[in-house]
Design a protein around this ligand. Structure first.
Ligand SMILES: Cc1cc2nc3c(=O)[nH]c(=O)nc-3n(C[C@H](O)[C@H](O)[C@H](O)COP(=O)(O)OP(=O)(O)OC[C@H]3O[C@@H](n4cnc5c(N)ncnc54)[C@H](O)[C@@H]3O)c2cc1C
Length: 269
């Protein structure tokens, strides 16, 4: 046993919420005063008794506490939205692989995908961050990263530059030849674009993918992408691995395990 009390029992541990922070519209961070061993990019399985258990990236991490940041979009995340300080949630993890740590990095975050790269940003040396969201209301962590090198884009131009985060990435790579690594998490359409842009500038990419996960530790097979099990081989994959995954940007599996197009996947859940 290390001095860190781990939740990695594969059985949820009921932890009390120590704080709830409203980050943006429908986006809240849930803090736990509890010590975990966690590497940048890892995720937790979060259980709401009598409802379901879902994956959430660790978005804040220190020796004494951790948090995850959820966006209320469906049944489970809307149920979570009602949880308050002092309430308890079932937590197990952390699970998954982690980002490599490289200098001269650019981080491209889309929407609540910012949460999956935030613990990476906290350990990188002066990264350039491009953060994209649909509108001003959907932006998170502006205060948290106000002293960082942050470029903001919104699809509707309501804050920062108007346009997509990946258009900004292309402009940045064009001008700044020092950037050697790009890290991304966000909608798969955005990550596919980043995956296409990076080789043109001979820059390595690591992307954190999202697939339906039920167990989080490689038993159920629902999160398979080609022959990769997203929850244990990923969720982070590099350019070389992504280039060998023909399903990236095209197919995902429903909770039954049935393979469908990405478009159908997002319509059906
Ligand atoms: C490794 C990983 C880390 C994640 N981290 C975060 C995070 O930090 N913050 C956050 O807001 N969201 C995160 N998600 C997505 C989050 O798990 C889903 O948004 C959530 O489960 C939606 O559940 P729902 O019932 O509210 O919505 P639903 O209406 O059931 O689903 C809405 C969408 O969420 C996705 N989804 C639903 N269930 C799952 C599941 N069991 N596994 C994966 N995706 C699912 C699907 O894309 C679906 O189309 C992460 C997903 C993965 C795989």
């Amino acid at each position: 046993m290390t001095h860190h009390e781990t939740c990695k029992t594969d059985i949820p541990k009921m932890l009390e919420i120590s704080d709830v922070v409203q980050e943006g519209k429908g986006q809240k961070s849930f803090f736990f005063r509890h010590s975990i061993d966690c590497k940048p990019g890892q995720f937790m399985m979060v259980w709401i008794p009598e409802i379901d258990e879902k994956p959430m990236a660790v978005s804040y991490w220190s020796k004494k506490e951790f948090a995850f940041t959820s966006q209320a979009i469906g049944r489970w995340t809307n149920a979570l939205d009602k949880f308050k300080k002092g309430d308890k949630l079932g937590i197990r993890g952390p699970y998954g692989n982690s980002f490599s740590i490289k200098n001269n990095a650019c981080v491209v975050a889309g929407g609540v995908g910012f949460s999956s790269v935030s613990t990476l940003i906290d350990v990188l040396k002066n990264p350039l961050i491009i953060c994209g969201a649909r509108t001003k209301e959907h932006l998170i962590y502006l205060k948290r990263y106000k002293n960082k090198n942050l470029i903001i884009t919104t699809d509707d131009g309501s804050y920062g530059r108007k346009g997509f985060a990946t258009d900004m990435l292309e402009a940045v790579l064009n001008q700044n030849k020092k950037i050697k690594a790009v890290y991304t998490c966000g909608p798969e359409i955005m990550m596919i674009k980043a995956f296409e842009i990076c080789p043109r500038y001979k820059v390595e990419l690591e992307a954190s993918l999202e697939r339906y996960m039920a167990c989080g530790f490689g038993i159920c097979g629902k999160c398979m992408i080609n022959d990769r099990i997203c929850c244990i081989d990923g969720p982070i994959f590099n350019s070389k691995q992504l280039s060998q995954m023909s399903e990236f940007g095209k197919f995902a599996r429903l909770k039954s395990g049935r393979k469908v197009t990405i478009k159908e996947y997002h319509e059906r859940h």
